[in-house]
Design a protein around this ligand. Sequence first.
Ligand code: BTN
Length: 397
Amino acid sequence: MPESSEFTLANLERTLAGLRFGRPLRFFESIGSTNDEARRMAEGGAPEGALVVADEQVTGRGRAGRSWQTPRGAALAASFILRPDLAPAQLGRITMLGGLAAAEAIDKIIGGRASLKWPNDVLLDHKKVCGVLAESALIGERIAFVVLGIGINVNAGPAGEVQFPATSLAEASGGPVDRVALLASLARRLTLRYEEIGGESLHEAWAARLAYQGKRVTVNTSAGVTEGVAEDVDADGALILRLDSGESRRVLAGDVRLRPSSLSPSPPAPLPGGEGGYRPIRFIGEAIEVEFDRPPLLEKKPGCPNRFTWRGASYQIVEKLSEWHEYGRRGRMAHNMQPEHAAVAEVRGSWGVGRDYFRVRSEGGQIFELYYDRAPKGSDRRKGEWFLVSELAQASH
Ligand code: BTN
């Protein structure tokens, strides 16, 4: 079946009009690699937001020197030029930005629930559907520009042998997908998430989609293979791995593989979407403000709020549908604990650590999942923070 909007320069220009990312736009029916063309443009002074798109790439590149297929008519290959105000050690944030924006755009277009495999893959149904390749140029200790390349398997997956199981949006959603609408959604999500590049919410939203969280993995790095439990990612895009020694290690680059093992701890507490007859319809992953009719007795265990404000709108909570807790220590805090204390904390929670989840119904009939994080990372805030995870729908049987 043909796409509903033709993949042409005119259609792309019209759909991207007014967005921060997507101007100026260069479109190629066929090219070697959009990342190479974007680099040339950036070196020539192209501004932040400039975009190179191609219908076909003949020498598309992936991470670690791998090739990347972009067959004509079947995929999205886009490279955005960014000039972020970040330190070189924070470049991992740009890869996170690309993966998160792609996952959010994919969710929007096919109504799916994309997850993120550290450091740069978007997965649907545990198969790779999108890869991100961020390439940068430095001047001294300053980032001159970053080319953020994003490749999505849209109407066909890669042909031949691949390193990791792959899929396409068409396969996952059961029908053809409009690449113009997909690119517009991607540019919109990038525009929004780029505002958060220096803060914490980008990484919180990324971490909430982390594939294999709490699972035993092997990580192939240039220094060798490391094994441990994938606990988290930090704000600069490093993977936090808990080694068997209890030490928490920051891994900056590598390839992650799931390692089936009886030693794996159970995954974090969120109920699976289907349990209780609910399924996520959109992932949100944003900080919210909450209010209580009566002030909570315990600051670090406030219970379910009575209303919350998200993007300027107020939602009255009329029913708490369920509540659950994740008291495993996360990230860099974990290794400071005595094992016997850690075991207790895992079950009961320890002061100031962990998350309380609530599934609630709002006055307008919408169902949401939210959580209270008692110890938001990377900040010296003593108070915890509230996040809206997703909106759900009652599954029909
Ligand atoms: C990976 O998974 O290893 C990253 C793949 C990145 C592919 C994109 S497609 C657009 C841009 N141009 C390229 O040559 N590569 C990136």
